[in-house]
Structures are given as structure tokens and as C-alpha cells.
Write a protein that binds this ligand. Sequence first.
Ligand SMILES: [Zn+2]
Length: 457
Amino acid sequence: MTIFKVTFAGGALMPTGSNFLVEFGGKKILIDCGLVQGEKYTIPINSEPFSYDTKSIDALFITHAHLDHVGRIPRLVRDGFRGKIYSTAPTREMAELIMLDSMGVLGKEAARDGIEPFYAEKDVFEAMQLWSDTLEYEKPFVFKTDDGDATITYHDAGHILGSGIIEIAYKGKKLAFTGDLGNTPSPLMKDTTLLKDIDYLVIESVYGDRNHKDKDRRIEIFKEAVTTTINKGGTVLIPAFSIERTQEMLLAFNELVEGKQIPAVPVYLDSPLGINITKVYKKYDSWFNENIEKIIKSGDDIFAFKGLVQTPSPEESKAINNDHRPKVIIAGSGMSNGGRIVHHEARYLPDPKNTIIIVGYQAVNTLGRHIVEGEKEVFIHGQPVAVNARLVNIHGFSAHKDSDRLIEFVASTAPTLKKVFVVLGEPKSAYFLGQHIHETYGVPVLVPEKGDMVELE
Ligand SMILES: [Zn+2]
């Protein structure tokens, strides 16, 4: 007897575009509705029609506010979805900022490409109307079906503020979606909650085939790169995701500057979205781990330090060009596939006295990926740009569990697992992790392809 039917509508054999359809008790729900990220926002796959009838979906549950998990929600609404949307409170708040911001980027790109943007501001507002209720960790939410009640529970994923693992319990069976899993212990977040008694697990695999070997030394490497560049009179560029990575960078500078471990230079936070997301982080500061709680109680503002300059307006951003002192620029997007960082890259990458520090995942075909792969010439706005700046890639700042940590994560629920589905990774990561989970726990594993449907009993 089929209890759950799962369709891997997106995020199969790719790390972005998270979108899963779950059917049970006559109801249809979606887990995530994310954008596929590539060289730009308007890649054709994002404007393809959804593979299911959007009007027939009863509810949408969001794991966390990253664009690759929320970026197609307005499109879903535009295409007829009228169910309710659920998430934790910070996810709801940050997702609205993320969707509005991406709309600006989409609008510009679409105008440049001469195509229709695939959603409008009114679709974002309509989505927010459907997104009224928020859920808390470990408080099961009763979801009524045509054949008895199910419960849906969020567990802390420890990935970014508000991130959740979603567990669906129905007819004595439990199905869990990890969303993205945090790189525990994280500078800001609490540890990932371990699962138990799960029958079917859908697990992410962004770093399924690699370990963050430099995690223990990440601050040392960071400090050395910043100090060396400043001493040469250069500029440090840090492309940073607006959520979590930006706040982790501010936290790192807060400690290094206040501990007098690096020379005091201007640190520009050149990201309107990053500035606004940081405000949400400050609002939810009780969601941070114990260590951060202590620092906040001692009276320190963890995201503020001497030298920090926030530049929300375009004029303030452009004025950075006139600052010829050694300095640091933190800007989005995190994969350099848009945003203000791209202008700074065009300006600063050709000069060997500058440094670019990569602190996050770089998807295939993005400018960030080209840079991190050591290409000596990249194209920015159609123009060739020489890459002579020093490249420092610090894996340890990743917000994702690495391969060994993913394997460890499965252990707590391994005895009850009937099947594991490996998603949200490039093919080699997903297959490697799948094989490794199978060998470690003897559990059947499937690495689904996009569009695959499975019936679970
Ligand atoms: Zn994420």
C-alpha cells in the first residue's frame, strides 16, 4: 500500500532548484520551490512550466530562505498555486527580502535579454499573503488529509538562520527532507538536530564527495590572506551570500578587529540585501548558539566593529572606487553571477596586489566557479578581465556538512531507514555519497533523476 508518493521535480542531480512533490492521503504538498542557479538568473530552465498542476497543490513547506529553495515561489503563484505556505518565522522574513531582491536582478537581466521576467512584484506580494503561518522547531503541525491526520515537524538544520529539516509522519511512517545541512559546529548556528525513527530520508549532497579539510584552520588562513593583502596596500574582495556567509564574515572581522589581530582598515559591506538580512539576524539573536549568546550578553554587537562601512545606496557603493587605501569589500552575489561584487571584480581582479577570498559554494557556469577554478581570464559584462589577484579558497567557511559529516548525520536514524534518496548535489557528489551511505549502513539508496517518481509504503 502506498503511503507516500514523492516526485523529484527539481534539485535532482543538481545542487540548486530544490523542489519536491509529496502526495499522501489525497493531498499534495511541495517541499521548497527554488531557482536553478547558473551563469545568470534568467537561465531558461527557470521559466519552464512546472511539471505538476500548480493549482492542485494544497501547501508548500520551505526548508530555508536561500534562493535555490525559494526563488521560484512567485512563479508558482503566478501559475495558479493558491495553497498555504509554511516555514519558520526567520525564513519567511528573509525569503521576502530574497524574492524582492532577485526580482530586481531578474528584471534587469530580462530587459537586457529582451525577454519577459518570469514573475512580477505582485506575485511576490501574493506569495506573502499565502505565507501567514510560521512553525517552530520541534512543534508538530497537524496537517489534515482526506484519510486521517499527518504531522509535519521542523527540526533545526543548523545551516542558516531559520533553516529546517522537514519531517512528515503519516500512517506510522516517517519521511524526512534535510534541505541543506549545516556545517556543525557553526560560528553562529546551533548544531544540526539529529533525526530518529525515519523510514525514508531525502538527503542533500552538495559536498557529498569532499571534506572541508581546512575547517580548523579557516580563521588562520583568512587572517593571513587579509593581513598580507593589506600590508601590500591591496584590496580584499569577498563575494558573499547575503544570508549567513555575510553575517559570518562580519562576525569574523568583529573578532579579528576587536582582538587587534588584523590591521584596522575599512571593511565595506556593499550589499543592500546583506545589510537588510543582517537586521533580521539581529532580530532573531536568540536562535544563535550558546557561544554567541554569551558574547551578546557581554554587551558586544557581534556584527559591528571599528572600520565597518555599510553602503546601501548606489552612490555610496560607487564612492568605494575613490577609496585608494587598503580595504576589504564584502558584496553579493555569493557566486558572482550578479550583484555589486561583479563591478569590484572587474576593477580589482587584474592587479596582483589584490586578493579574492572565496568562502562559499560556486555553482557550475557561474563567474565565481570560473575564478575558483583558476582561470586567468574571465568575462565580465562581455569584456575580458585578467585575473592576476591572489585566489584564496577557504572551504571551511561552507555552511554545508562535508562528506564525512553527512555520513555521520545518517547514523542516528540508520536502524529504521528503509531507503535513502540523495539529492541536491552535482552528479559525482550525489553518487559518491549514495554509494558511501549504502556501504556504511547497508541501506538501499537511490539517486533520483529529475522527474522521477517513487511510491513508498
Ligand atoms: Zn542553503
